[in-house]
Write a protein that binds this ligand. Sequence first.
Ligand code: FES
Length: 103
Amino acid sequence: MRTHSKHVLICTGSRCTQDSKQSETMFQKLGEKIDSRPDLKVKRTRSHCFAVCKNGPILVVYPEGVWYRCTDETVLERIVEEHLQGNNEVSEHIIHRLGVGDV
Ligand code: FES
């Protein structure tokens, strides 16, 4: 396993979106973006439910504990570029934060 500095969990549960395949597609696209950036030290893992079903795809970044609603690939690209690579959170897509709650 590669050394990583951030861990991204994506819910791929069947209730996460209206189209249950949307979250799995997002998981695959995140993998492509990580693989295309060798300097990016990010691990991704599937999760089965964060208990905010039908609001997905949901993507959680640790160690920050920031929950994103990642609606499309444009949002995913911003999260990768700005947060995972640039360490700047994409505040307009955050729905929940560790230690704070819903935002
Ligand atoms: S299935 Fe994704 S939050 Fe419940």
